[in-house]
Design a protein around this ligand. Structure first.
Ligand code: PMT
Length: 329
């Protein structure tokens, strides 16, 4: 399929990200390394976190979205556990596999430590030893075996350029490649030719009718071209598996929108989730028309650290944990 005009223009009119050629080289090397050391090794490209829409070329302000990268970072750990090598294309400074357990706001790493070690040495507090050892072991295993490649992006444009190029770099993997598109992708952006170069000055905003002092900042956004069709038909290796996510806020739209996406893009699986319940329930919409809900039972929600990603892995594999994976219940 030939990419539509809007998509071709998107890639010619927006600047190529500075880090792209370095990232391409890293991915090629990663693919070659794993293909030569284990020809059976599957590789997952996991996308994670929000994409920004800059308002100025020398960016002071930008539009962002809610995603912290929890879904992507958590899922990446489960892919690694299942034997995948993972390319983690993530929003810079969003959550990362393994370190997410001890990251800023809710789980500050300093709260896990004290200075009660011998001679006043700083140590991990006793009650956290076991879990931290497990996380550390998995992290070190992934590092030692070069199983995790971390690649950051910030803007929607960087994300799309990266996705296009990295998908192409995965071509030699054929059906051993898996795409897991959990990033929250902006639907609107300001085209380069309409973007201000410098910081927008409050004194320059236009006269408006609604604000107290009669001034408004008016921003016109264009739709970001949909890229999934081209990913499926051109960029991704033939035979690779492509999983996308569908986010909605209105429960009455979720299933129909997820079904539409699967039908339109012709890939393998759409996982639907609602903004408010995304940590506890998701719905799988599969090619064969199945609609399958996976839920963390209510009693386990507050203490679940791994979250629903653990249950999704189990439900996906062999449906063996029916008491934990509450389907349609
Ligand atoms: O990070 P967390 O806080 O844990 O949140 C996880 C999550 C809610 C972000 C994640 O589970 C999720 O749903 N990610 C997809 C969010 C999203 O972009 O949904 P959407 O309905 O707007 O887009 C659906 C799909 O269309 C996306 O997978 C994207 O690949 C595709 N798309 C989007 C925009 C665009 N211009 N072209 C596209 O092809």
């Amino acid at each position: 399929m030939i990419p539509d005009d809007a998509q071709s223009r998107y890639f010619t009119e927006n600047p190529t990200p500075k880090a792209l050629s370095k990232h391409e080289a890293l991915v090629r090397e990663f693919v070659e390394y794993h293909t030569s050391t284990d020809p059976e090794r599957r590789v997952a490209l996991v996308t994670s976190g929000g994409t920004t829409v800059p308002l100025e070329n020398q960016t002071v302000r930008f539009i962002d979205n809610f995603s912290a990268g929890t879904r992507g970072a958590t899922s990446a750990e489960y892919f690694l556990r299942e034997g995948y090598a993972v390319i983690f294309l993530h929003r810079q400074y969003s959550l990362l596999p393994y370190s997410r357990h001890y990251s800023h706001s809710t789980n500050c790493f300093l709260d896990f430590m004290d200075d009660s070690g011998e001679g006043g040495n700083v140590v991990v507090r006793q009650e956290y030893q076991e879990k931290m050892r497990r996380v550390l072991e998995e992290y070190q295993y992934a590092k030692r075996n070069r199983l995790l490649l971390l690649l950051p992006f910030t803007t929607i444009t960087e994300y799309l350029f990266e996705l296009r190029s990295l998908a192409t770099c995965l071509q030699p993997l054929h059906s051993r490649a898996l795409f897991y598109l959990a990033a929250a992708v902006s639907d609107f952006f300001i085209p380069r030719d309409r973007m201000e170069e410098h910081k927008i000055q409050s004194s320059n905003v236009q006269d408006g009718k609604k604000t107290g002092d009669g001034k408004q900042l008016l921003i016109n956004l264009d739709p970001v071209p949909k890229f999934l069709t081209t990913l499926v038909s051109q960029w991704a290796p033939e035979g690779s598996m492509i999983v996308s996510f569908k986010l909605e806020t209105d429960p009455s739209l979720l299933v129909s929108k997820a079904e539409q996406a699967l039908h339109k893009y012709g890939h393998d699986l759409v996982i639907g989730n609602l903004l408010t319940t995304r940590k506890w329930e998701v719905v799988f919409i599969t090619k064969d028309g199945e609609e399958r809900w996976v839920r963390v039972p209510k009693a386990k929600r507050s203490r679940s650290v791994s979250g629903i990603e653990e249950l999704v892995g189990m439900a996906d594999k062999n449906k063996r944990l029916d008491e934990e994976v509450d389907l349609n219940g």
